[in-house]
Design a protein around this ligand. Structure first.
Ligand code: GCU
Length: 437
């Protein structure tokens, strides 16, 4: 009897502690006390006081820490057989306002099934090469517009009642399904291009998909599972973003020196990781990227490392699971991911009701990346306190929090374009007034 009682008590304790560890916290007063790792202290304890030491020593250390412990190592193997083919082109798309093209990237002759289709819209009346925004999509290129010319993806897509995707196949019903998230006409009216590829072209957003993803091209013979420090889906999508940039370098209509990599939510995590690794990206933008993106992990507010790893085990590397409920032991935190982008401009956007993504944690990352920007003589986010809702701040780091929930809306895009204008073209009066510059 006594033994039964003891076992019952032990069971209750175990369930309670599991519930505590698994339940998200949305109460600011319950955020644990934490100390952030210092981006400007090297592993040997020495301080970084020059941009040279940052670039040559500390930046490389932090990149390695993120690779080994969070996103997995991106292989640097070169694929010698990459080829590009324009598979559709319309010079009078969107009622004559845009040029639309789709470019098929083939990576390796051994595996023709691994290919990526980049959908690109450019303004028709552009002179020379144009700057472009680049982002991953998650339903297939056809999600961005009801433009009949876009090829509906034939790749595996997650089933969705909302978007009428059954048998993991996209149909016409998903054409333009998320067009509100891609304000193509406003983007081209402002002189920018917009490019995207479907995440499933590179790596399915699905558990247990090792052999389906691009990782296969770099695997050892007979390897069926990633090693604990090898890349997973977010690393693969980030790699795909860099491969788009490789293509842009060959397209005379696109300015490869002015490519803005951005993403919302899971694709925001990928955009930050791509921007951190690949210094060719001129501007990096994160929208509601939350845990594993811009939010400070140590705050354990909203989604935690344990929650994200349990639900999406295929996003981060095996080693990241070691930090489930042990965020304080991470050798990095997400402010260091933002710092890796220095001295390039970076923008972090949050939404008031998107507490799952921890808006305050997203702001704090932007703020605590500041000392690295200061090293370059630049202002980081330039404010101590979190800006009020609908009051964006623009410095070398930009930040806004808007009304509403987890989404990417025309409001967000408007400030992303203003921020980009500000950095590409200098202070322009209309933007200056808007954000009080
Ligand atoms: C889930 C996940 C988030 C992610 C989001 C999205 O909510 O928990 O980490 O950002 O999906 O990609 O929409």
């Amino acid at each position: 009897m006594k033994i039964l009682k003891l076992v019952t008590i032990m069971l209750i304790c175990a369930v309670q502690s599991f519930a505590q560890e698994s339940a998200p916290n949305f109460d600011e007063t319950l955020v644990p006390f934490y100390t952030l790792p210092d981006p400007l202290t090297c592993m040997d304890g020495s301080k970084v006081t020059t941009t040279e030491k940052w670039t040559n020593v500390r930046r490389a250390e932090i990149l390695k820490l993120f690779s080994d412990n969070v996103y997995g190592v991106t292989p640097d193997g070169i694929l010698p057989e990459v080829s590009y083919e324009v598979i559709s082109e319309d010079r009078v798309a969107l009622n004559g306002k845009a040029i639309r093209k789709e470019v098929l990237v083939k990576f390796d002759k051994r595996y023709p099934e691994f290919n990526m289709s980049i959908l690109i819209y450019l303004p028709v009346c552009h002179k020379g090469s144009v700057p472009v925004f680049l982002a991953v999509n998650t339903l297939g290129n056809q999600e961005v517009s009801d433009d009949q010319g876009i090829i509906v993806t034939k790749k595996w897509v997650r089933n969705s009642e909302k978007y009428k995707i059954t048998n993991n196949s996209a149909t016409e019903a998903s054409r333009g399904a998320r067009s509100y998230r891609w304000p193509i006409e406003s983007i081209i009216e402002r002189g920018y291009g917009i490019a995207t590829f479907y995440c499933g072209d590179i790596d399915r957003d699905d558990k247990d998909d090792y052999s389906q993803g691009i990782q296969k091209l770099f695997a050892r013979e007979g390897q069926t599972k990633a090693d604990a420090n090898e890349w997973a889906a977010i690393g693969a999508w980030a790699w795909g973003l860099s491969r788009c940039l490789d293509y842009f370098e060959t397209d005379s209509e696109i300015d490869p020196a002015r490519v803005v990599v951005l993403g919302h939510s899971r694709t925001g995590k990928a955009a930050l990781w791509a921007g951190a690794q690949d210094t060719r990206f001129a501007v990096v933008i994160s929208n509601d990227s939350g845990c594993g993106g811009a939010a400070i992990s140590r705050r354990c507010f909203g989604e935690t490392v344990n929650l994200i790893n349990s639900k999406f085990p295929h996003w981060f590397c095996g080693n990241f699971k070691k930090f489930n409920n042990k965020e304080d032991q991470l050798p990095v935190d997400q402010h260091m991911l933002i710092a890796l982008i220095a001295p390039r401009p970076v923008y972090v956007a949050s939404a008031e009701d998107d507490r799952w993504s921890d808006p305050k944690g997203e702001f704090l990352s932007a703020k605590h990346a500041g000392p690295v920007y200061s090293l370059f003589g630049l202002k980081g986010v330039g404010v101590q306190d979190m800006p009020k809702v609908s009051q964006p701040v623009f410095n070398q780091i930009g930040y806004h929090i808007r009304k509403g929930g987890h989404d990417i809306l025309p409001y967000d895009w408007e400030y992303f374009m203003d921020f980009t204008d500000y950095h590409f073209y200098g202070k322009n009066s209309s933007i200056s007034q808007k954000v009080g510059l």
